[in-house]
Design a protein around this ligand. Structure first.
Ligand code: F6P
Length: 338
C-alpha cells in the first residue's frame, strides 16, 4: 500500500482542516495509507507523525487552525536538515509528501522535489500572495473575519464621530487589505505596492469632514512603508521575514499632527487567521484535495495545485515560489483614487 504524508507549515489559517479531511477521505478511497506530520518540517526532522484515517478526520469540517499543528521550521537552517528529512521519509516509507502552506513552506517543498521527493504543494496563506492561483486557503475566511470585526466597531465610530485606521496582515502584498476595504466601503486604502501619500489621505479626511462624514475608515496593510516611520523590528524569522506591525499607529499620529483629531487605531493581528472556515475556503480545500488525489493517481509531482476560474490546475513548484503576487495598479485604482 502506497503511503502519503501531509504537513502544514507557516502561519495557520482556517480551511486547512477541511483540506486534511477531504484529502484523507479521497486518498483512503484510492487505497493509500495517510500519515500526518506534526508541526510542519519540524515533524519530518523529529519523526513526529500521527496516523490519519477517515475516522480521525471526519469531524474536522470547517474547524479553524491545523489539527497537525504548524511551525516555521526551515530545514536549511538546521545542520544536515535536508539529509535528515530524506532519511526519515525513507525510514517511514513515505512515497508522497503533501505540503500545505505559503511561500516559505512551498519553497522547501520545491527543494525537496529537486532532491527527488514526490511532492505536491497546496497554497494556504491569508496573504493570498502565491502566484499561479487565484486563491489560497485561508484568504476568504480572513477577509470575512476582518469585515465582521470592523463592522462591530463602525457603529461606535459613527456614534462618537471618530475616524479609524484598521491595520491588517498581508506582508508584502495588499490583497487582504484591498478585498476587506472594498467589502467595508473604506474611504482610504494603503497597501505595500504603492507609496503612502499622507497629503492625499489628509485631503480626503478634510473633504469628508467638510461633508459631515467624521468617521472615515482607513484600511492599512502591515507592510506599508511610510517616510519617517522607523517600524522595522529586529525580529526576523528563520525564513528571513521581518516581523511587521505598527504602521497603523504611525498613520494615526501623522493625521493628528497634520490636521488634528487622532483617529482610533485597531490592529487586528491574528483575528483574521482564526475561527470557523468561510464556506468558500472549505470548498476550495475540497477542490485542492481532489487535485492532489488526481495528481497522485497520474504520478504528477513537483507541482502546486492552484485554482483558475473554479478549476484546479497544476503549476511547477519552482514557478509557484519564483515570485510573490502583488496587487496591480489597475486593481487598486478600480476602487480607490487616493
Ligand atoms: O504569512 C502569513 C502571515 O499571517 C503574514 O500576513 C504575517 O506577516 C505573518 O504571517 C505573521 O507571522 P507570525 O505568525 O510568525 O507572527
Amino acid at each position: 500500500m502506497k503511503k502519503a504524508a501531509i504537513l502544514t507549515g507557516g502561519g495557520d489559517s482556517s480551511g486547512i482542516n477541511d483540506f486534511i479531511r477531504s484529502a484523507v477521505l479521497l486518498l483512503a478511497s484510492q487505497d493509500l495509507e495517510v500519515v500526518g506530520v506534526k508541526q510542519g518540517y519540524l515533524g519530518l526532522l523529529e519523526e513526529a507523525y500521527r496516523p490519519l484515517t477517515p475516522d480521525t478526520v471526519n469531524s474536522l469540517v470547517g474547524t479553524g487552525g491545523s489539527m497537525l499543528l504548524t511551525s516555521r521550521t526551515n530545514p536549511s537552517k538546521v545542520a544536515g536538515g535536508y539529509e535528515r528529512i530524506l532519511d526519515n521519509l525513507e525510514k517511514e516509507k513515505i512515497e508522497v509528501l503533501i505540503c500545505v502552506g505559503g511561500n516559505d513552506t512551498l519553497s522547501v517543498a520545491g527543494k525537496l522535489s529537486e532532491l527527488g521527493v514526490q511532492v505536491i504543494g497546496v497554497p494556504q496563506t491569508i496573504d493570498n500572495d502565491l502566484p499561479y492561483t487565484d486563491y489560497c486557503i485561508g484568504f476568504h475566511t480572513a477577509v470575512a473575519n476582518i469585515a465582521a470585526s470592523v463592522r462591530m466597531i463602525i457603529s461606535s465610530n459613527i456614534s462618537h464621530q471618530k475616524e479609524m485606521v484598521v491595520e491588517v496582515m498581508g506582508r508584502d502584498s495588499g490583497f487582504l487589505a484591498l478585498r476587506s476595504a472594498i467589502a467595508l466601503g473604506a474611504d482610504y486604502l494603503a497597501i505595500p505596492e504603492f507609496s503612502l501619500d499622507m497629503e492625499k489621505l489628509c485631503t480626503m479626511l478634510l473633504s469628508n469632514r467638510a461633508k459631515g462624514n467624521k468617521s472615515s475608515l482607513m484600511m492599512v496593510s502591515e507592510g506599508v512603508k511610510a517616510s519617517g516611520a522607523n517600524l522595522l523590528s529586529d525580529e526576523v524569522d528563520v525564513f528571513g521575514n521581518i516581523k511587521l506591525g505598527g504602521i497603523g499607529y504611525h498613520i494615526a499620529e501623522q493625521v493628528d499632527k497634520k490636521i488634528g483629531a487622532k483617529p482610533r487605531t485597531e490592529v487586528l493581528g491574528y483575528i483574521p487567521r482564526g475561527g470557523m472556515a468561510d464556506p468558500y475556503d472549505s470548498f476550495l480545500s475540497v477542490l485542492f484535495a481532489r487535485g492532489v488525489a488526481e495528481n497522485i493517481k497520474s504520478n504528477t509531482f513537483g507541482v502546486m495545485v492552484g485554482i483558475d476560474a473554479q478549476t484546479t490546475k497544476n503549476v511547477a513548484l519552482s514557478l509557484a515560489v519564483s515570485s510573490i503576487r502583488v496587487v496591480q495598479e489597475k486593481e487598486y485604482r478600480n476602487f480607490f483614487t487616493c
